[in-house]
Ligand binder design. Structure first.
Ligand code: P70
Length: 472
């Protein structure tokens, strides 16, 4: 175990330990509903063994996603009352623009309805058919828009990211040799930009180091290639840099975020994560030409460039959420809660991706079910089993999510076959984490009884959202 793993593991046993606690208290509650095993059997079969197709009133603890599921603060709710719903030039847009400029440092900002709206704009404006886009592991919607615009995606993440047991502290790093090899092979003029995600969702919410971002900047600058950041969880990434990277322990999250973003030319953002709101996103760029094109295109897909699909009140809540997300006590409890769940699972030797990332625990479904082939959908199976055990909803992040190769039509076969327990921000308590850990353990104890699934309906686009399965 390296230093990081050790700190995490021994945290609970240290003499004189001073615990973190959530830097907020609860003002409003939403009742949870429990179900019987028979009700869950019925519900999951109705949903085609796909947790995306469950009705949320049949779910007990919802760990499907951290996207749009945050609890907003009293200040954000107060901000909602300040919505300026003018079609053009809303005051809330200018406050949002100021918050993004201040904390992310980009010059031009275009709001969008959510992250994929920004991905669509960037891909359409920057990519030409036949181009190549390298990235630190794919993300489903991001790659979709890149391919839809005619590019081929190339995974240039470090090998450690594909190894669930590697304790590399920055598993989101880009492998500079892989990136250089791609540039040599296809030519810099065929690479409109490097897509750099922080943190890397599909690798387990793993961070990328400042040193790596700086090095990627230096390499791409030599070839005239731009960098666009997927900033969806960049504040969580900043927290890991503060915690793990030498020289940053005494640097504020604000300063880390600004430096990190300075190594890119712009960003796409799903505000539904770090920004602590339920909807919204943005595209940012320092490139005047791309900005003008995207600002024109946004009116076709999202709305006028001063709202881009968001209500004025949503932009206000987002501007406030940006400030709140940079509070280090909040971020400590955010990442700390995910880690708490990881520590519980670790005690029972349950296989999951380590070190624990920022937003979720990723269970290693291959290690749960070594007797299942990848075509029997081990991660999808584990998500269904967890739901059946306790009504906890998780998400498949394996072969179903990876989809098919555009050219050959074969399944992409990712090395990682993961089931994600995603922790919404400021929503659940430590007691909920105990219940989750115990249910995961029950599924692990029962792992030999499980026989896998067959896919019986496969949609053409982003199939994981709507595919249907039956028990084998
Ligand atoms: C999740 C959500 C969204 C996301 C992301 C990164 C790193 C862009 C986006 C898109 C929601 C989701 C999306 C696709 C499949 C499953 C779930 N991630 N980049 O749960 O943003 O959803 O706002 O369009 O994580 O991980 P948006």
């Amino acid at each position: 175990m390296n230093a990081v793993g050790k700190t995490i593991h021994t945290m609970g046993q240290q003499a004189g330990r001073r615990s973190w606690a959530e830097p907020y208290k609860i003002k409003m509650v939403e009742p949870l509903r429990t179900t019987t095993r028979a009700e869950r059997e019925h519900a999951i079969a109705e949903a085609g063994f796909n947790t995306f197709l469950l009705r949320s009133d049949a779910v007990y603890i919802d760990l499907l996603t951290d996207s749009g599921t945050s609890a907003m603060s009293d200040r954000q709710w107060a901000g909602m009352m300040l919505g300026d719903e003018a079609y053009a030039g809303s005051a809330n847009y200018y406050r949002l623009e100021a918050a993004i400029r201040k904390h992310y440092g980009y010059q031009h900002i275009i709001p969008t309805h959510q992250g994929r709206g920004a991905e669509n704009l960037l891909s359409q404006c920057a990519i030409k058919p036949g181009d190549h886009v390298p990235g630190n592991m794919y993300f489903t919607t991001t790659r979709f828009h890149q391919e839809h615009a005619g590019a081929t995606f190339h995974d240039v993440i470090v090998d450690a990211a594909h190894d669930t047991s590697s304790l590399h502290p920055f598993k989101g790093d880009i492998d500079l040799d892989k990136l250089q090899a791609l540039i040599d092979k296809v030519g810099a003029d065929k690479i409109p930009y490097v897509c750099m995600a922080a943190t890397v969702n599909m690798a387990g919410g793993q961070p990328i180091s400042m040193a790596n971002a700086r090095a990627v900047r230096a390499l791409t600058a030599r070839h005239g290639i731009k960098i666009y950041l997927d900033a969806t969880r960049a504040v969580e990434n900043a927290y890991f840099i503060q915690e793990r990277e030498s020289g940053y322990a005494d640097t504020s999250l604000e300063a880390i975020l600004l430096e990190f973003c300075s190594y890119s030319d712009g960003a796409t953002m799903s505000g539904k994560k770090d920004h602590l709101v339920n909807i919204g996103g943005w595209l940012a760029t320092n490139d005047q030409e791309l900005f003008e094109e995207a600002r024109n295109l946004v009116v076709v897909y999202e709305g006028l460039h001063t709202y881009g699909g968001m209500a004025g009140r949503d932009m206000e809540a987002m501007a406030i959420g940006i400030e709140e997300s940079l509070n280090v006590d909040y971020m400590r409890s955010r990442v700390g809660q995910v880690r708490y769940l990881g520590d519980l699972l670790e005690q029972w030797d349950i296989p999951f991706v380590k070190p624990v990332g920022g937003h979720a625990i990723f269970l290693d479904a291959r290690a749960f079910y070594p007797h299942l082939e990848q075509d029997q959908f081990p991660s999808q199976t584990l998500a269904a089993e967890l739901y059946l055990d306790s009504g906890i909803r998780s998400m498949e992040r394996g072969i179903v999510s990876a989809g098919r190769n555009n050219v050959t039509g074969d399944h992409h076969r990712p090395k990682l076959e993961l089931t994600r327990l995603t922790i919404p921000r400021r929503v659940y308590t430590q007691a909920h984490m105990d219940v989750v850990a115990e249910s995961v353990k029950a599924c692990y104890d029962n792992r030999h009884q499980v026989t896998g699934l067959n896919m019986v309906y496969e949609p053409k686009y982003l199939r994981f959202f709507q595919a249907r399965f039956e028990r084998r």
